[in-house]
Design a protein around this ligand. Structure first.
Ligand SMILES: [Fe+2]
Length: 294
């Protein structure tokens, strides 16, 4: 069985067939998927019924698994999944949908804002791998925006203006924009990371906008001016021609390259379960020198 990748949306999203993710992959399979990621940035797999261990084993083919520390407001005893798995469900430890005023639910609503995973970390994520274990009956699509195509469509003047800009990203910015209030302890736990606004893909050499709702300031620019520029760029980058909408089916698995895309989840019926489990491949290193420790 050879891996085949069929375009679903231009050179942005590919649909993969001919591979069973639950089984160990050959070197050829891994190379074909990596080449697909370099070309497309989002790959969709159907009918992949996998366990958490199988998902983590699949993920390690592409690099180290990123640690999921200080990325939620869950206390250690409330964590539902094993280390290495990111819980992006609406479920508590007993498997019940969280109450409307549940803090973790309200924190998780930030995933409905356009973002790139872990852009608030000094070494941001490379790939995210999301497995649909329970699909919600209503809504819950994930939308992806092609930040390479969005960059390509900028005028020359804007490209020159933003080429060397550096943003500061923090979970406090995205959550704060929804009015979510954090405790002092949580505030101290959330990192602030500097990221280039324009990234270059290490293999294809294509440039892309590196945007995220976690970005709240630009070095050397007054904050209101920076936030307006960032809003303008997000508005530009998320126009329909750059966006793919994924409607989840049970046991779908989607991989996206956080260096070249943004994504968001749309609202769904929160009285019903939605069990989505993410693993994350750590990036190679920072996009820019971080602030020296005080
Ligand atoms: Fe995300």
């Amino acid at each position: 069985m050879a891996i085949d990748i069929r375009p679903l949306k231009g050179a942005f999203v590919g649909e993969v067939s001919g591979v069973d993710i639950a089984k160990p992959l050959t070197k050829g399979d891994v190379a074909a998927i990596e080449a697909g990621m370099d070309k497309y940035a989002v790959l969709v797999f159907h009918g992949q019924k996998i366990t958490d261990d199988e998902q983590m084993a699949f993920t390690r083919n592409f690099g180290a698994i990123e640690e999921a520390r200080n990325v939620s407001v869950l206390k250690p005893e409330e964590v539902r999944l094993v280390t290495g798995m990111n819980d992006v469900s609406n479920l508590d430890k007993e498997g019940r949908p969280r109450a409307r005023d549940d803090r973790q639910r309200l924190f998780g609503l930030g995933n409905s804002l356009w973002h790139s995973d872990s852009s608030f970390k000094p070494t941001p994520a490379k790939y995210s791998i999301l497995s649909a274990r329970i699909v919600n009956p209503k809504g819950g699509n994930t939308e992806f925006a092609d930040m390479r195509a969005a960059y390509d469509a900028l005028d020359d003047e804007t490209r020159r203006e933003i080429e060397d800009l550096v943003c500061e990203h923090s979970l406090l910015v995205s959550r704060g924009s929804l009015g979510f209030e954090v405790t002092e302890e949580e505030r101290r736990g959330f990192s602030v990371a500097r990221q280039r606004l324009v990234r270059t893909h290490p293999v294809s050499g294509r440039k892309s906008l590196y945007l995220s709702s976690h970005a709240g300031s630009i070095l050397g620019m007054p904050t209101p001016e920076a936030r307006l520029l960032l809003r303008d760029l997000v508005e530009h980058a998320t126009q329909p021609q750059f966006v793919y909408v994924h409607k989840w089916a049970l046991h779908d698995l989607v991989i996206w390259d956080n260096r070249q895309t943004m994504h968001r989840v749309r609202r769904y019926d929160e009285s019903q379960p939605r069990d989505m489990r993410r693993t994350t491949v750590a990036g190679d290193g920072p996009t820019v020198i971080q602030q020296a420790a005080a």
